[in-house]
Design a protein around this ligand. Structure first.
Ligand code: CP
Ligand code: NVA
Length: 331
């Protein structure tokens, strides 16, 4: 397939066509197969990428680092405490400095406007490693996983349960609307994606044959679902004070056995991770003491079940991020 994405930014899937998204997925599958066979794809020797993280990360950082090294590139990790970004130096100035030294820049942080500003001034491809609004590299990993497990994307019913107005819910609505999938946001009304984004995605859906449904009723929403997806109830950067309200509002939308039983027999459970499914984390323990719940967005039973594909998803972060860097850096 001839798809020229050289020099393109990767900020949100809104900017990509169904064909381009499919190209990223096919390329990721090819790179994954080569890696498994021990075939090196290190044709970017001599190139370097900057990885800016204003929020913490395990999967995304490791994926960018491993993928870049596999491709033959050097990496520089910039954490909030060790750079001047935003505090002593504007985003525009930072972008122009890094653009002189690096061949590509990854950014994880707060507003989408920051990564857009970075892209405007950098002069090299900028990749969004998560903002408050979007998490597009996660979408590629998840779609590759769905293709591997269920064989297709078109016509797949994906139910997103929880805070559907934040990065993961927004990104899934966009991804589904581009790829002809049936997207359902299952949450109390105030957690639905905003009207403007819904309208935009409905336009994408017209072209792809996707459907977009916003539904408060768990039974109705999850009926015959192919994919049940959830994410943490409180995202990075949000204040601790919101926990009480979130637990109150979202506990009825927890992914548990009843939810999975209501979906198709072949349904899979997905989560971008990290997940609060037991008391194995400091935050999980604190919340358990304060609110008397041991599991949050997903029960341990579902998380550890045969239907759960969360670690396949996590692995696919690396292969798909490699594809994004490859496609946008390859002349
Ligand atoms: N899913 C995800 O982005 O994980 P990290 O926060 O660990 O990067
Ligand atoms: N909504 C979560 C996603 C983590 C990958 C967050 O922003 O913290």
């Amino acid at each position: 397939m001839n798809m020229n994405l050289y020099g393109k930014n990767f900020l949100t899937l809104k900017d990509f066509s169904q064909e381009e998204i499919t190209y990223f997925l096919d390329l990721a599958a090819e790179l994954k197969e080569k890696k498994k066979k021990g075939i090196l794809v290190d044709e970017f020797k001599g190139k370097n990428v900057a990885l800016i993280f204003e929020k913490t990360s395990t999967r995304t950082r490791c994926s960018f680092e491993v993928a870049a090294h596999d491709l033959g590139m050097g990496t520089t990790y910039l954490e909030p405490a060790s750079s001047q970004i935003g505090k002593k130096e504007s985003i525009a100035d930072t972008a122009r400095v890094l653009g002189r030294m690096f061949d590509g820049i990854e950014y994880r942080g707060y507003g989408q406007s920051i990564v857009e500003e970075l892209a405007k001034y950098a002069g090299v491809p900028v990749w969004n490693g998560l903002t408050n609004e979007f998490h597009p590299t996660q979408m590629l990993a998840d779609m590759l996983t769905i293709r591997e497990k269920l064989g297709k994307l078109k016509g797949i019913k994906l139910v997103y349960m929880g805070d559907a107005r934040y990065n993961m819910g927004n990104s899934w609505m966009i991804a589904c609307s581009k790829m002809g999938m049936d997207f359902v946001a299952c949450a109390p009304k105030k957690y639905f994606p905003n009207d403007e984004l819904v309208a935009e995605c409905k336009e994408f859906a017209k072209a792809s044959g996707a459907t977009i449904t916003l539904c408060e009723d768990v039974k109705e929403a999850t009926k015959d679902a192919d994919v049940i997806y959830t994410d943490v109830w409180v995202s990075m950067g949000e204040p601790d004070e919101v926990w009480a309200e979130r637990i109150h509002d979202l506990l009825p939308y927890q992914v548990n056995k009843a939810v999975m039983d209501n979906a198709k027999d072949s349904a899979i459970f997905m989560h971008c991770l990290p997940a609060f499914h037991d008391l194995g984390t400091d935050i999980g323990k604190k919340i358990a003491e304060k609110f008397n719940i041991n599991e949050m967005e997903v029960t341990d039973e579902v998380f550890e079940s045969e239907q759960s594909v969360v670690f396949d998803e996590a692995e696919n972060r690396m292969h798909t991020i490699k594809a994004v860097m490859y496609a946008t850096l390859k002349k």
